[in-house]
Write a protein that binds this ligand. Structure first.
Ligand code: C2E
Ligand code: MG
Ligand code: MG
Length: 344
């Protein structure tokens, strides 16, 4: 490491790092190619302590990654607000569980064939006295970075399990509750035991709980995660692959993981009604899934036309604003027994 006196000097230094990394590396005669995203912060403009400078560089690096990786990004003034915001959200998230600020909304899912309400997806909401209603996309990614998703995820599963027991007590015994699970949770040593403990303590039939994982999840520590999914499905818990078709579309995983349901992303459903949409692709995905004995759920159905098309193509279950938005528990209970075909 060296002292640097000018931006030019620094740029040369970074250039040399990137040049060095561009070379191929060999480990056990396997060729490895590496790329780097670099974030840069300056003393004293961007921070006066190691912690501040590091956080600034980290934010700049994340921006570099977002902009396509293998590049360098300097910390800028407009990123200053990001730092403040990150620190604030983190401390507020920490107290959110104790302060009872989370609620779960439930979005109904319907069997395409019969029109029967067959399940709900549990979707977390954060209602903070100062911020108001915070959508999950605004805090889940950060909760994953700082591990807070672990206690939050525990709370979601416990709460969803209580809801399931409540509707079972009302006489609805074949409703499935889908719970979103983050890779960070799956990577925890004790995740499997924790899930089994909740089901046992609350006397839940595992077939009424479905765990939704996203494809991005599958990329890291794949073997370890496969093993955990295998253990849980061995106990009768179903898995579904969320947001299928976005991000890392890795058909190879489909055969490897013991999932039961493929959940087609809204972006595909959106195109059904468009002239040159992905209808053929979507049709093939449904067939492919059925060929390997997976059920298909379509999410983000907003129009009658989309529903009809998906039903026609043999999609098994549908979810979307057209049939019902995510709603508080009390409203969800009123939806029980609903049939989308017998109302109009
Ligand atoms: P997701 O699991 O793919 O959930 C579906 C999202 O699509 C939900 O957004 C839902 O409100 C929305 N949606 C459903 N139907 C429609 C529709 O017809 N039109 C439109 N425009 N949107 C529709 P939401 O609730 O904002 O959740 C966003 C994401 O946050 C979820 O995507 C999920 O990845 C994550 N998330 C939510 N709750 C949890 C949780 O408890 N744990 C974890 N790890 N992630 C969660
Ligand atoms: Mg989901
Ligand atoms: Mg999804």
């Amino acid at each position: 490491y060296q002292d640097m006196n000018s931006e030019q000097e620094l740029k040369e230094y970074i250039f040399n790092i990137l040049e060095e990394l561009k070379k191929d590396y060999y480990i056990n005669s396997i060729k490895l190619s590496v790329s780097a995203s670099i974030g840069v912060s300056f003393y004293p403009e961007d921070g006066t302590s190691y912690g501040e400078l590091f956080k600034a560089a980290d934010i700049a690096m994340n921006r570099a990654k977002e902009m396509g990786k293998n590049r360098t990004q300097f910390f800028t003034n407009e990123m200053k607000n990001d730092i403040y915001e990150i620190i604030m959200i983190e401390s507020e998230l920490r107290s959110a569980i104790e302060n009872d600020e989370f609620v779960i909304y439930y979005q109904p899912q319907f069997e395409m064939d019969s029109g029967r309400l067959c399940g709900f997806e549990a979707l977390i909401r954060w209602i903070n006295p100062r911020r108001g209603f915070v959508p999950p996309n605004k805090f889940i990614p950060q909760a994953e970075k700082n591990q807070l998703i672990i206690p939050i995820g525990d709370w979601v599963l416990e709460t969803a399990a209580d809801f399931l027991n409540e509707i079972t007590a009302l006489g609805y015994k074949d409703i499935e509750i889908s719970v979103n699970v983050s890779v960070v949770q799956l990577m925890c040593e004790d995740y499997v035991d924790k899930v089994l403990d909740v089901l046992h303590r609350k006397n839940i039939n595992p077939k009424n709980i479905k765990l939704e994982i996203t494809e991005s999840v599958m990329m890291e520590s794949i073997e370890d995660i496969l093993h955990k999914i295998g253990r849980l499905s061995g106990q009768g818990i179903f898995f579904s692959l969320d947001d299928f078709g976005t991000g890392y579309s890795s058909l190879t995983y489909l055969k490897k993981i013991p999932i039961k349901v493929l959940k087609i992303d809204k972006s595909f459903v959106d195109t059904i009604t468009e002239k040159d949409g992905d209808k053929e692709i979507l049709s093939s995905i449904i067939d492919l899934a059925h060929n390997i004995h997976l059920d298909v759920i379509a999410e983000g159905i907003e129009e009658r036309q989309q529903l009809d098309w998906l039903k026609d193509r043999g999609c098994n279950v549908g979810q979307g604003f057209f049939m019902g938005k995510p709603m508080p528990k009390e409203s969800a209970i009123r939806e029980l027994g609903k049939n989308i075909y017998s109302e109009d």
